[in-house]
Design a protein around this ligand. Structure first.
Ligand SMILES: NC(=O)c1ccc[n+]([C@@H]2O[C@H](COP(=O)([O-])OP(=O)(O)OC[C@H]3O[C@@H](n4cnc5c(N)ncnc54)[C@H](O)[C@@H]3O)[C@@H](O)[C@H]2O)c1
Ligand SMILES: N[C@@H](CCC=O)C(=O)O
Length: 491
């Protein structure tokens, strides 16, 4: 409350100003963070895995208990998530990451090579030599928390650069970790846009890895810079990046319309379409479209209310910032001026109070159109309606219509169709859904990540990801060493 007036949550990240969390880190801040990470490394590396794990399990317990409302509230205020979206992200998914990472790491550490009689072979699971740079996106408090903590669990120290527009919840994540007993220097948060930080960090010989989630363009910039500096480093930095998507829903004429309509609406418009997994292109059969799917999709979309997320009656809130608003309005202007596109629902935006973009359905007659290929990261769903007999051609076109391969769904009740499409789309998505929306992967259940322009597919929240943050040493110990250099045939 401010002066007795309820706070309206219509301009998300401006709440970080309340705590003064607006500092743009300088080269000097980056040097301090790197120095602290290097100083803490020997202490943190020498702790047992169980001692390190205990810190993160305590953090999970705090998030499930006294800190739950704080982290959820900060995510609502800072990122404009509804209570439901904040709960599945900030409390639930972050707790899952913290607990499952410990579970998967234990299984990994138990993995040992074969030993024959008289020989003991073993893996010494070493942390990387150096420190790791974690750079995190605005859209998930859980992802932001996972990137530095998963790396630290395996004994590495970290420089963590959260997104300025997620800084509010990131601040509280750091406070929870401290309350759980994380020693100083293990995770070193630097704030702001990251440009000055990267100048220092990417030039440091001890950079051992980058754990990134964000846009494809940013990851490519980081990768390029590492490539240019490759001769400077002590080792080859591990580059793990989960990036953009243009995620598809493809329906066959045998699909169930009610579940398809629900998946399109929830998949495209929850959290204002600002999930990397959000459905943003759909391929729908004319028979279903004309028999009622079109009218249902338009009516459901028009019924969605976006507004203040502290009003629990709203389905969604504002988009993250003025830059996102400008990007979405430019996309809406582009489709309105394109003869191949018709706006069926939404299509408007209003920034008179907050950054509000109406959930929009655009029908496009050209499956190769920009709106079917570009990630706008907003509540814009493009739809291509095909003649039922063209299903196989449409699936083949959709397979590589966009440069990404993050998530995608097939809707059908015909088993042969599901099998054929799953096979044909094998490389089109790292997370593939059958009769379900392409969003909402749960840690430990649907390990997450994609390939092509969507990233290195190292599956966040799984053992595959954790492996990247270790550098195993193989030790062979011989108990009966040979004492004669000659071969049997020489006798
Ligand atoms: N694949 C996934 O798992 C996944 C998950 C969430 C979001 N995303 C993607 O993230 C994007 C949206 O997030 P965003 O807008 O925060 O992305 P972004 O690329 O704009 O920013 C990501 C992070 O990089 C930082 N950054 C940018 N340039 C930098 C530099 N030179 N040095 C250091 N840091 C730098 C930003 O400040 C931020 O912390 C979308 O493309 C979305 O698809 C992907
Ligand atoms: N777990 C989330 C990840 C989204 C990324 O932005 C999902 O699957 O929707």
């Amino acid at each position: 409350m401010a002066g007795g007036e309820p706070i309206k949550v219509v301009q998300p990240h401006v709440h970080r100003h309340v705590l003064g969390l607006t500092h743009n880190a300088t080269n000097g801040d980056a040097v301090d963070a790197v120095t602290a990470a290097k100083k803490a490394a020997p202490m943190w590396r020498e702790l047992s895995f169980d001692d390190r794990a205990a810190v993160f399990l305590r953090a999970a317990d705090l998030l499930a208990g006294p800190w739950r409302d704080t982290i959820n509230g900060a995510t609502m205020l800072g990122q404009s998530k509804t209570a439901f979206q904040a709960e599945i992200d900030a409390a639930c998914e972050l707790i899952d990451f913290l607990r499952y990472n410990v579970f998967f790491a234990r299984k990994l550490l138990a993995e040992q090579p074969l030993s024959s009689p008289g020989v003991w072979n073993r893996f010494d699971y070493r942390p990387l030599e150096g420190f790791v740079y974690a750079i995190t996106p605005f859209n998930f408090t859980a992802i932001a928390g996972n990137l530095p903590t998963s790396v630290a669990l395996l004994g590495n120290t970290v420089v963590w650069k959260p997104s300025p527009t997620q800084q509010f919840a990131a601040h509280f994540t750091m406070r929870v970790l401290e309350a759980a007993g994380l020693p100083p220097g293990v995770i070193n948060m630097v704030t702001g846009d990251g440009l000055a930080v990267s100048e220092v960090v990417l030039a440091d010989p001890d950079l051992a890895g980058i754990h990134f989630t964000g846009s494809t363009a940013t990851f490519q910039t980081l990768w390029r810079t590492v490539g240019e500096n490759i001769g400077r480093y002590r080792g080859y930095p591990r580059l793990v990046g989960e990036t953009g998507g243009k995620d598809f829903v493809i329906a066959h004429a045998s699909a169930d319309v009610a579940s398809l309509n629900t998946a399109l609406v929830r998949g495209a418009f929850e959290y204002q379409g600002q999930k990397c997994s959000a459905a943003s292109r759909a391929y729908l059969p004319r028979s279903l479209w004309e028999a009622g799917l079109r009218d249902q999709l338009v009516a459901t979309t028009e019924s969605l209310t976006y507004g203040d997320v502290s009003d629990f009656g709203n389905f969604g809130g504002a988009v993250i910032d003025a830059r996102a608003f400008a990007k979405h309005t430019a996309a809406l202007d582009m489709v309105k001026n394109s003869p191949a596109c018709t706006v069926l629902a939404g299509g408007t935006a209003d920034d008179s109070e907050g950054w509000f973009v109406r959930p929009t359905v655009v029908q496009c007659t050209d499956p190769g159109h920009e709106v079917m290929r570009t990630e706008y990261f907003g509540p814009i769903l493009s739809v291509y309606v095909y003649d039922d007999g063209d299903f196989e051609d449409v699936v083949r076109q959709a397979e590589s219509a966009a440069p990404y391969a993050l998530t995608g769904s097939i809707f059908a009740t015909d088993r042969r169709v599901i099998d054929w499409a799953s096979h044909t789309l094998r490389y089109a998505a790292g997370n593939f859904y059958v009769n379900d929306k392409p969003t909402g992967a749960v840690v430990g259940h649907q390990p997450f990540g994609g390939a092509r322009a969507s990233g290195t597919n190292d599956k966040a929240g799984s053992w595959q990801n954790l492996m990247r943050w270790m550098s195993p040493r193989t030790i062979k110990e011989t108990f009966v060493p040979p004492t004669d250099h000659t071969y049997p045939h020489m006798l």
